[in-house]
Write a protein that binds this ligand. Structure first.
Ligand SMILES: Cc1cc2nc3c(=O)[nH]c(=O)nc-3n(C[C@H](O)[C@H](O)[C@H](O)COP(=O)(O)OP(=O)(O)OC[C@H]3O[C@@H](n4cnc5c(N)ncnc54)[C@H](O)[C@@H]3O)c2cc1C
Length: 232
């Protein structure tokens, strides 16, 4: 919301900054959501902190999948060419890999610090950002897949493009936040192995044409000369 209203201000130019144009209020309305109902910082620490606590109590199985990812890191990667012919199938595969990034970072952090992890606030926030981006990207892709099943690939062209664009930006954020996390607790060979894993788990088989995807969305908006994605 914040990013959208910010772009809205930009589109209005100088008028965007003025209370006479609608974007000024939209920006402030979006901005407050990072403060009320718990600030971003507190909610981020809670999200991962609670997950880790549940894992330690045995209520959520985090450590076993994290260990499986650890084993995968030391094994030889598969060189099979996956079948990505279904729409958004490469994207769903990327989501699976991004979950491994979270397990790698959060699992290793739990192993390193145990209950003292809650004192490592920046690490918790980095892990939480990874979790949030996976949730957002997966939600967009699943929603678009449902829409495709209900209509057609052609009718969902712009939604597919938006899901792909969101995933692309999520991958970049996750790469960055995972690097921060890994470098905060791993050194030498261990760090190198985890960074190689990060590379493996964030690699596209076919990177979509990002500029073209943006054009697909922009063409729809300029073609209809309004926000075209709400149901009548
Ligand atoms: C428009 C509006 C409507 C609201 N409506 C309601 C409502 O209906 N009901 C209600 O109960 N409350 C409401 N609030 C209050 C809101 O929930 C609080 O403002 C919010 O939880 C943040 O608390 P605070 O303002 O005391 O900031 P603080 O807790 O003082 O936080 C200040 C800054 O420090 C950071 N910070 C604090 N502690 C830590 C920490 N341990 N580690 C890292 N960073 C930290 C915060 O993230 C924040 O950036 C509303 C607030 C606003 C602005």
């Amino acid at each position: 919301m914040q990013a959208c209203s910010d772009e809205g201000i930009q589109i209005y130019g100088g008028m965007g900054f003025s209370a006479d144009a609608p974007m000024e209020a939209a920006w402030r309305d979006a901005r407050i959501s990072r403060i009320y109902e718990g600030t971003n910082e507190i909610n981020r620490m809670l999200a991962v902190g609670m997950l880790v606590k549940k894992a330690m109590k045995g209520h959520v199985n985090l450590l076993e999948p994290a260990m499986a990812v650890g084993n995968e890191l030391t094994s030889i990667p598969s060189f099979d060419t996956p079948d990505f012919s279904e729409p958004l199938s490469e994207e769903m595969d990327m989501i699976k890999k991004l979950k491994k990034v979270f397990l790698m970072v959060a699992g290793s952090a739990v192993q390193k610090f145990g209950p003292a992890l809650e004192e490592h606030q920046q690490l918790l926030i980095a892990a939480s950002d990874i979790l949030i981006e996976i949730y957002m990207a997966e939600s967009a892709i699943l929603r678009t897949q449902k829409n495709i099943a209900r209509t057609s690939v052609e009718e969902q062209k712009e939604q597919i493009a938006m899901s792909q664009l969101y995933l692309y930006s999520a991958v970049k954020i996750i790469q960055n936040r995972a690097e921060e996390g890994i470098s905060s607790f791993a050194e030498g060979d261990e760090q190198r192995m985890m960074l190689m894993g990060l590379k493996r788990f964030t690699k596209y088989a076919n990177l979509p044409n990002i500029i073209e995807l943006r054009n697909v969305v922009a063409d729809k908006v300029t073609g209809e000369n309004k926000y075209p994605f709400t149901k009548a």
